[in-house]
Design a protein around this ligand. Structure first.
Ligand SMILES: CC(C)(COP(=O)(O)OP(=O)(O)OC[C@H]1O[C@@H](n2cnc3c(N)ncnc32)[C@H](O)[C@@H]1OP(=O)(O)O)[C@@H](O)C(=O)NCCC(=O)NCCS
Length: 256
């Protein structure tokens, strides 16, 4: 096992989600013990229709497995059947539990996929949070992409990195930005160049500055996640002092 992945532990059977805890789950979507077809029975009609719109079988299987694992995981926290969970979607597509009228949500979650991996963060109550996982490609023009997507300060910081640091720096920045965008839930309507994150390897990740409000950056916590040398990941959550716990849904962390 890669030492970076040692943080991911098998979850105890009597798992409890306390206020202030953030549980982060890592799963493999490769058909292992459970074939994707066995998750179909717990997916809703609209989820099955969405799954069947994937042309490639591998993508379809990954999506079915990911939605099935999400339902099972949330069902365990909520003490309810995986098939009974109902989702709703924001206008930008962010899923959440369906809110009963007048009641606040028992938990909030966000998830991300990359290749055969899925990352999912769960927190008690109604909280803004986002996660991102990305495979760290070696064949990209990192500085050209940074010029296109990152803020001026981020581009300047990235260009100061050595060639050896560039790939890690780029993906640290990318996943931190993406996790923040996902936590806010605005999708790509949030201009990526209008906020800065700290992403340098020797500094804790942080939302530094947002253009649209002078106080907002300080309200967020950003954490880089240890996912081995080929993947980068980040969690963004509103508020401070969260206690992070890293669980794996299966043997997936072994392969990272
Ligand atoms: C849709 C988006 C939220 C994430 O897309 P992505 O990186 O392709 O996908 P991820 O695997 O990280 O996340 C997908 C999951 O996020 C969730 N999601 C969907 N819309 C979301 C939104 N508006 N906000 C937060 N989460 C969202 C869903 O659970 C989705 O999984 P599902 O389809 O299985 O339900 C959006 O931010 C996007 O398109 N980003 C483009 C990437 C980009 O240009 N990034 C630049 C970073 S510098």
């Amino acid at each position: 096992m890669n030492p970076m992945s040692a943080i991911w532990k098998p979850a105890p059977t009597n798992l409890e989600l306390h206020q202030g805890d953030v549980h982060i789950w890592l799963a493999t979507l490769k058909p292992t013990a459970t074939p994707p077809s066995s998750f179909r029975s717990i997916l809703s009609k609209d989820e099955l229709e969405r799954a069947d719109r994937f042309h490639r079988q591998e993508n379809r299987d990954h999506w079915i497995t990911s939605r099935g694992l999400l339902r099972i995981t949330l069902g365990n926290y909520l003490n309810s059947g995986a098939a009974d969970i109902e989702f709703e979607y924001s206008k930008h597509g962010k899923p959440s539990l369906l809110a009963s009228q007048g009641e606040s949500l028992p938990l909030s979650f966000n998830l991300s996929h990359s290749g055969p991996h899925m990352l999912c963060a769960v927190v008690a109550g109604e909280r803004e949070l986002g996660v991102d996982i990305e495979f760290k490609s070696r064949n990209l023009d990192y500085t050209k992409l940074a010029d296109r997507f990152f803020s001026k300060n981020e581009v300047t910081a990235l260009k100061r990195l050595s060639r050896q640091q560039l790939r890690d720096g780029f993906y640290n920045c990318w996943t931190c930005k993406e996790a923040f965008v996902k936590a806010k839930g605005n999708g790509l309507s949030l201009p990526l160049a209008d906020f800065d994150v700290t992403f340098l390897p020797d500094r804790p990740a942080k939302v530094n500055k947002v253009e649209w409000h002078p106080d907002e950056a300080g309200q967020w916590s950003l954490t880089r996640l240890g996912l081995g040398s080929d993947y980068a990941g980040a969690l963004a959550i509103k508020g401070k002092n969260r206690k992070l716990k890293y669980w794996r849904m299966d043997d997936s962390a072994d392969g990272l």
